[in-house]
Design a protein around this ligand. Structure first.
Ligand SMILES: CC(C)(COP(=O)(O)OP(=O)(O)OC[C@H]1O[C@@H](n2cnc3c(N)ncnc32)[C@H](O)[C@@H]1OP(=O)(O)O)[C@@H](O)C(=O)NCCC(=O)NCCS
Ligand SMILES: CC(=O)OP(=O)(O)O
Length: 326
């Protein structure tokens, strides 16, 4: 598949900055293939975790680190123990985890500054990728939420879908936070921050507690934007059905006067059922490029993948990760 202009530009910016990205899943052929592509195209410096089998699959420009024999292991064990001892971690358990679970070892590389970012999830579930990030890298603000999004490139136009990967059943306040985080990510990636709070109702056309949550989240998000982000070019509105959010003619009849309806580029789903099904529908039936889950709100960049990803998807997410680390 040829690359969209959106991801090509991100890749070019990554090339100019040469960050170091660790891919922990060296046992997976898509990952070693992606590592070779990243190195050959000069997108980033790339480290893959694995043993002799992995060494045999990658070119000389890819660094392979074996967690079991790494000279950094003892330092990482000590640091991991310090980070988690209040949660019952022992030195013995820390060593066992870092030698056997590549995502934990990779997170420690990022935490200790030996890599700028991490991409995993081709062979691990989202929970097994994100939990070590939450435990080690942690949220950027104490008590702050970490959420996720997909960059969806639909016929050349990039959209953000959130949360399609992490927060399962956000309450209204959490949904508002997801919307504000996603708006900031849109600006970080030079996308219009026109944010639609999605529902099966448009501006009061249906009445149900499911809709009330989105209405409340819309009001809260607008307040947060007015209080804390008034200088930024962000517009947020809702609640909208998907057609009212992105189709101008439908917006004109269902939500006249809204500055977001019909033009939304950041789509906020009411829960993870809707968000995860929604992105996979657009990817699998609509043929869109899908990059993510991209995590937002972490101290350092760590990003997830779908287990259905291709090596090209991994390359795109690695380039996005590189830009998040700047
Ligand atoms: C990511 C996920 C595993 C976290 O689950 P969890 O059960 O809360 O994990 P834990 O209880 O082990 O929490 C780990 C730490 O992260 C924190 N945490 C959990 N969710 C968080 C969030 N969204 N933001 C910030 N911190 C979070 C916890 O407070 C805990 O911190 P601590 O151990 O330092 O006190 C869970 O939200 C999940 O499974 N999400 C759905 C993933 C999925 O299946 N997606 C579909 C495919 S993409
Ligand atoms: C993002 C996602 O749905 O991941 P997976 O397909 O691995 O469950």
């Amino acid at each position: 598949m040829s690359r969209s202009a959106f991801i090509s530009e991100i890749i070019e910016k990554a090339k100019a900055n040469q960050r170091t990205i660790v891919l922990p899943e060296g046992a997976d052929d898509r990952v070693t293939e992606a590592a070779n592509m990243i190195a050959a195209e000069g997108i980033a410096k790339v480290i893959v975790l694995g043993g002799e089998d992995t060494v045999a699959k990658v070119g000389k420009a890819v660094t392979v680190v074996n967690p079991e024999t790494s000279e950094k292991l003892d330092d990482y064990v000590q640091e991991f123990y310090e980070l988690r001892k209040a949660r019952g971690m022992t030195l013995e358990k820390a060593k066992e985890i870092l030698q056997s679970e590549v995502n934990y070892f990779g997170m420690m590389m990022v935490q200790c500054g030996d890599a700028d970012g991490l991409v995993s999830g081709a062979a691990h579930s989202t929970a097994d990728t994100v939990r070590p990030a939450l435990q080690i890298i942690k949220g950027a603000r104490k008590g702050g939420m970490v959420s996720s999004l997909f960059f969806m490139v639909c016929e050349g136009t990039p959209y953000i879908f959130s949360d399609s990967g992490l927060v399962e059943n956000p309450n209204a306040d959490q949904l508002a936070q997801i919307a504000v985080q996603s708006a900031q990510t849109a600006l970080q990636f030079s996308m219009p921050a026109k944010v639609a709070m999605l529902s099966y109702s448009t501006k009061g056309s249906a009445c149900n507690p499911l809709v009330d949550k989105v209405v409340e989240a819309t009001a809260t998000a607008k307040q947060i934007l007015a209080d804390d982000f008034s200088g930024l070019d962000i517009e947020l509105d809702g609640e909208f059905q998907l057609d009212a959010a992105i189709v101008p003619s439908v917006a004109a009849s269902k939500a006249p006067g809204s500055g977001v309806a019909g033009q939304a580029r950041v789509l906020i789903f009411p829960d993870l059922n809707a968000g995860n099904i929604g992105y996979k529908l657009v990817q699998r039936l609509g043929g869109a490029e899908a990059y993510g889950p991209i995590l937002q709100g972490l101290n350092k960049p760590v990003n997830d993948l779908s287990r259905g990803c291709s090596s090209e998807d991994i390359v795109g997410v690695a380039a996005i990760t590189a830009l998040q680390s700047l």
